[in-house]
Design a protein around this ligand. Structure first.
Ligand code: GLN
Length: 607
């Protein structure tokens, strides 16, 4: 009997009934194969921990190492799907449909790869796993405790990621700061992990903050020291300390921090403010942080120098293009209801930034609150814009303003990109004002309307196996041959984009909409689900929309086609037609170093 119990216990991580060790090890886990980098924040949040961690992960990936990041959030929600963008920034959707914190977007953009649900966890997920295991009798009569069982579940999750990804380095970012009550058990789990995995297996990086009070005119390290002390109190000794600070940290501060934390001075790094987040990877590389991590984890012999050289060249070129002096500029209006909070539209902001580097122009974004827009003031509100984006959203607020924006863009040939709700608004506006279906609406806002051109279609959802839930994650879209959108995506027949919506175009209205000139240039491969629309160029220079969120998959080295199309159309509007070299919607202009030489026309327009 005792043997049986021990065997069962071993299967959940207890070495035997008598032991205090609880070290769950999933199938396929090879001890020593995967190393771990842990990034902890101290002093305060908002230091750019995600940018720092993803930059460090990137420079290790550049070396040919396989990295697998994971962000651990202390909150009890199972995912970020229910979080309000006003409070938490945008909800980022992964390829497999997981709804996550916007930091996952930063990782995807920095690492240039798709992540999945294994790369994100919350306390809600961890406790659910523990409670499910308890109900299944998985703890065999033991009282289930925060330590070792909940911390054990964290270790199991990390090792599962290591085993499944076969990563050289699992990159763990703990949300919040050390000392927060809610993430304390993550830190304890990491302490246990470091102990169990042994020497040279876990590299702890503490991000801290060096103050520079204006009244003193010098840098002060006390808060940083206290923050670092909290890390040590939790039983973890940092190997590397990265100091956020407005300006480069002084030798004196480095010495103090080194001396009070037992971290050699060469491993105390300045992480001062730089012009662009995309400079951070190079900044870390130049300071030698990558080499220190390799030394600490004994990974030097896994490095591929050629891979690093190529990756570095491409990245530096992108950053040079982005930061080069631009002699032409456009203004793009983003008309939504969360415009007071830039983070709520982080991916749109980033997608436009990628276009700026590739199209060689400065892009000014005007955040325009649609709750204040009416058909009477819309022209005034959009008067500076050379193009507009109507973004996604939920609920009634600001919807009329969005429709007014679409109508203004359509009638005035202002380049337009509608994203998700923006796509739905374009269908409603077209149905009302072109097809003369006066009562056209979405049943999200007007459940009783006579022409529900946008509706919840449970029958279709069933065909997709989704029931009444949100349609989430990446799906293939069939692109109409010869359409502008297919040209924007390199004439491909299929484009995979990510979705997050409930409502869609009711197929009963498709024929009417098409008869009046609307082209559905992207469809579900087998169902009558409309995913992209455009107006023919004879009607409008650039009027496109998609039920998907193409901003989520725009990357620094490969900007999204529909965004790049918008920026190019905006450029054509900003500068007299035919005078701008290298800007064609059909043929993306190859990214160059810096902007094109000014043409005489630009000189005339004074740009
Ligand atoms: N509210 C709309 C829907 O659920 C659009 C969603 C969105 O823009 N993400 O279909």
């Amino acid at each position: 009997m005792a043997d049986e119990v021990n065997e069962l216990l071993a299967s959940v991580g207890h070495t035997s009934y008598e032991t205090e060790f609880y070290s769950p090890t999933p199938e396929g886990y090879v001890p020593g194969k995967t190393k771990y980098v842990v990034v902890l924040g101290t002093v305060m949040s908002g230091l750019g921990k995600g940018i720092f961690s993803s930059s460090l992960a990137k420079i290790l990936k550049d070396k040919g190492l396989k990295v697998a990041p994971i962000k651990m959030e202390g909150y009890l929600n199972l995912d970020s799907g229910t979080l309000n963008p006003f409070r938490h920034g945008e909800v980022f959707v992964l390829d497999d449909g997981m709804e996550t914190d916007m930091d996952l977007g930063t990782y995807e953009r920095m690492l240039n790869e798709n992540l999945n649900k294994m790369n994100f966890t919350t306390s809600g997920q961890i406790f659910t796993r523990v409670l499910d295991r308890e109900r299944q009798g998985g703890y065999l009569g033991r009282d289930v405790q925060m330590i070792p069982h909940v911390t054990g579940e964290v270790k199991r999750l990390l090792r599962e990621l290591a085993a499944k990804s076969q990563a050289d380095v699992v990159f763990i970012e703990v949300g919040g700061t050390v000392g927060d009550y809610e993430n304390g058990y993550f830190i304890e789990a990491l302490r246990e992990l470091a102990y169990e995995e042994g020497d040279k297996s876990v590299c702890v990086v503490a991000l801290t903050y060096v103050m520079e009070p204006k009244t003193l005119g010098e840098q002060k390290s006390k808060a940083a020291q206290l923050g670092l002390r909290q890390v040590m109190q939790a039983g973890l000794v940092p190997h590397i300390i990265a100091c956020r600070c407005p300006s480069p940290i002084t030798e004196k501060v480095k010495q103090k921090i080194s001396m009070f934390s037992n971290v050699p001075q060469r491993r105390v790094f300045s992480m001062h403010d730089v012009e662009s987040i995309y400079l951070v990877p190079e900044m870390l590389r130049e300071a030698g942080m990558d080499r220190e991590v390799l030394t600490i984890l004994e990974l030097h012999d896994r490095v591929n120098q050629r891979s690093e050289d190529t990756a570095r060249r491409k990245w530096v070129k992108f950053v040079d293009d982005l930061l080069a002096q631009k002699d032409r500029e456009v203004t793009i209006g983003v008309t939504g209801k969360y415009t007071s909070i830039r983070d709520a539209y982080a991916s749109i902001d980033k997608a436009l930034e990628h276009c700026s580097a590739h199209a060689g122009c400065r892009i000014n974004i005007e955040w325009i609150d649609t709750t204040e827009i009416t058909p009477r003031n819309v022209a005034e509100k959009l008067k500076h814009c050379h193009g507009i984006i109507v973004p996604g959203g939920f609920g009634n607020r600001g919807v009329d303003g969005k429709i007014a924006c679409v109508q203004h863009a359509r009638e005035n040939k202002l380049p337009f990109l509608g994203i998700c709700l923006g796509f739905q608004m374009a269908v409603i506006e077209f149905a009302r004002n072109v097809c003369k279906l006066d009562d056209a609406n979405s049943t999200e806002f007007a459940p009783q309307c006579k022409s529900p051109v946008i509706d919840i279609l449970p029958e279709q959802k069933k065909l997709e196996g989704l029931g009444g839930n949100m349609r989430l994650g990446a799906k293939d879209i069939d692109l109409k041959e010869g359409s502008m959108i297919s040209r924007l995506y390199d004439n491909s027949a299929i484009k995979r984009l990510r979705f997050r919506h409930r409502y869609e175009v009711d197929p009963r209205f498709i024929a009417t909409l098409e008869k009046h000139g609307l082209v559905f240039s992207g469809r579900h491969p087998s169902q009558p689900i409309m995913q992209m629309l455009e107006l023919p160029q004879s009607m409008h220079p650039y009027f496109v929309g998609t039920q998907a969120h193409p901003c989520l998959t725009s990357r620094p080295l490969s900007p999204d086609g529909m965004f790049l199309g918008l920026v190019k159309a905006a450029l054509q509007r900003a500068y007299p037609q035919g005078t701008l070299e290298g800007v064609s919607i059909e043929k993306p202009r190859p990214a160059s170093n810096g902007a094109a030489a000014p043409t005489p026309a630009m000189a005339v327009t004074g740009q």
